[in-house]
Design a protein around this ligand. Structure first.
Ligand code: F6P
Length: 324
């Protein structure tokens, strides 16, 4: 077993509520094992620049309830090049780092994999993204909070939609995936859900307008930003061209990334952060921690980023039936 004395931790890519709870768990579990923790600021950019600060127990006090990330985040496309990776490795080694934990989404997992495949430094990932699009975990850290934040806002929009008997198209985040849209759509009682995983058939959507307009005059259509129709505005206009039905669009945007994490996200973040430290101590590398059906899992970082994670087809069908 390796003798791990110092580890680094960073957050990268789109921030997600619960990242702070994860940093806290990593710091406190590592300190419990007398391991020094270096917080790397600004993701992989800070790893290259040697932007490190020691985290002690009190550095992570009063953050479990906070959204965002105390370590800041960044997208660092240059990390795909070998030169910057070598620079990062050299700076990690000169700071005495024996291992690294990266918290983020698919880009973060791939960057972590590239680093530990090329150099003798173990890397473990924790899945942190509101999109929930990582293979090897039922939910990613931040997903539950994002769904609840979106829902809270959509319930408010439903009130005004109802008052004016209007049709609203609400665009939620999820660059290439419909996890947020599906959960939000079912939970808010949407009349239609458009997600990139399932081709949006305009005829199906038009049918809904024909059958429901007579009895129910407010409609909520949830559109994932990555939907192939090109987002809420385009879809809304297409329907208007066919039906003449006027619409309003609300793009929820980055509000979904902020806010205090739900209890479920704080617990998941704490468990997966702790598991990441244990994994480094046990000599593991190039793996992402996750939870599947309540059990702790480890998935190769490249699989976590690249393997297909399908949305729940039964849930999608149920949402359709409930909207009939
Ligand atoms: O990956 C998380 C995410 O919030 C996506 O849902 C969204 O497409 C993207 O990040 C937005 O990124 P940025 O904040 O860089 O505009």
């Amino acid at each position: 077993m390796p003798n791990i004395k110092t580890i680094g931790v960073l957050t990268a890519g789109g921030d997600a509520p619960g990242m702070n709870a994860c940093i806290r768990a990593i710091t406190r579990v590592a300190r419990h094992h007398n391991i020094r923790v270096l917080g790397v600021e600004h993701g992989f950019s800070g790893l290259i620049a040697g932007d490190y600060t020691e985290l002690i127990r009190s550095s992570v006090s009063n953050i479990i309830q906070r959204g965002g990330t105390i370590l800041k985040s960044a997208r660092t496309p240059e990390f795909l090049e070998p030169g910057p990776r070598k620079k990062a490795y050299d700076s990690m080694r000169s700071a005495g780092m024996d291992g690294l934990i990266v918290i983020g989404g698919d880009g973060t997992a791939l960057a972590g994999a590239a680093l530990c495949e090329e150099f003798d430094i173990p890397v473990i990932g924790c899945p942190g993204t509101i999109d929930n699009d990582l293979f090897g975990t039922d939910e990613t850290i931040g997903f539950d909070t994002a769904v609840n934040t979106a829902l809270e806002n959509i319930d408010k929009i439903r009130d005004t939609a109802d008052a004016f008997e209007r049709t609203f198209y609400i665009e939620v985040m999820g660059r290439t995936s419909g996890f947020i849209a599906l959960d939000v759509g079912l939970s808010c009682g949407a009349e239609f859900i458009a997600i990139p995983e399932n081709k949006t058939r305009l005829e199906d959507l038009l049918k809904i307008f024909k059958s429901q307009r007579a009895t129910k005059r407010s409609n909520m259509i949830i559109v994932a930003e990555g939907d192939e129709e090109g987002g809420a505005f385009k879809l809304a206009q297409k329907v208007k061209d066919h039906t003449g039905v006027d619409y309003r669009v609300a793009i929820l945007g980055h509000v979904q990334r902020g806010g205090s994490p739900t209890a479920r996200d704080r617990i998941l973040a704490s468990k997966l952060g702790a598991a990441a430290v244990d994994a480094l101590i046990a000599g593991k590398s190039n793996l992402m921690t996750g939870e599947v059906k309540g059990a702790l899992t480890f998935t190769p970082l490249r699989d976590a980023a690249k393997r297909d994670k399908p949305v729940d087809a039964l849930l999608f069908e149920l949402a359709k039936i409930l909207a009939e």
